[in-house]
Write a protein that binds this ligand. Structure first.
Ligand code: S6P
Ligand code: ZN
Length: 192
């Protein structure tokens, strides 16, 4: 039996830190700026503040192979780029017929899922919410609150990550902040 099969781990619900973990992926505005609608706002932030940490993913060394169930946590820091909330890049699983489970640990957010036809559904997430990503649906998460939005994710080890499709086509809907809270609007540049 390999060590990763017997290691006892824990997760801190308020920070998202998994112990022991393997590495932390950090996504900053400079890297992911093109995902946001307001490119002028992204540019001004980068000029005025320098770079900004948008989210982190804490991963373990569980292998990404069919017999395993890799898990990780994501911490999306609060804030907006223009009027659009901080969010993840979003992806399909390379093997489309692979689902995923999210569990909200802390903060407030939304899980957007989108199928190949561009149909979008939104699941509001908070501590204790289970967000189910059915097979064949791309997924992106958004922080709609004032605190870090933290969730735990588990997926089949052979799922794979297809980022390219979302990089090229985007999501058909975007989440903007208005005076009444989050507003889901059609994305003018979808599939352009
Ligand atoms: C992995 C799972 C999550 C995301 C993470 C960051 O299948 O869906 O752990 O990787 O939330 O999002 P993204 O789109 O940058 O991978
Ligand atoms: Zn996924």
């Amino acid at each position: 039996m390999d060590n990763h099969e017997v290691t006892i781990r824990s997760v801190d619900f308020s920070t998202g830190v998994i112990s022991p973990s393997y590495r932390v992926l950090r996504r900053t505005l400079r890297e992911i700026a093109p995902i946001f609608w307001d490119q002028e706002a992204a540019k001004s932030i980068l000029q005025a503040e320098g770079d900004r940490l948008i989210y982190e993913v804490h991963v373990t060394e569980i292998p990404e192979s069919i017999e395993h169930l890799p898990f990780c946590t994501t911490i999306i820091y609060p804030g907006c780029v223009g009027e659009e909330y901080h969010m993840t890049k979003g992806h399909f699983h390379s093997q489309r017929q692979r689902a995923e489970i999210y569990l909200g640990l802390s903060g407030k957010g939304a899980l957007l899922i989108q199928n190949e036809e561009g149909e979008v559904r939104m699941i509001e997430m908070e501590k204790g919410t289970i967000g189910y990503v059915p097979p064949g649906w791309a997924h992106r998460t958004v922080n709609t609150g004032e605190e870090p939005f933290i969730f735990f994710a588990v997926y089949p080890g052979d799922a794979g990550h297809d980022y390219k499709t979302i990089e090229e086509q985007g999501f058909a809907r975007r989440l903007f902040k208005d005076q009444h809270g989050p507003r889901l609007v059609e994305s003018p540049n979808w599939r352009k």
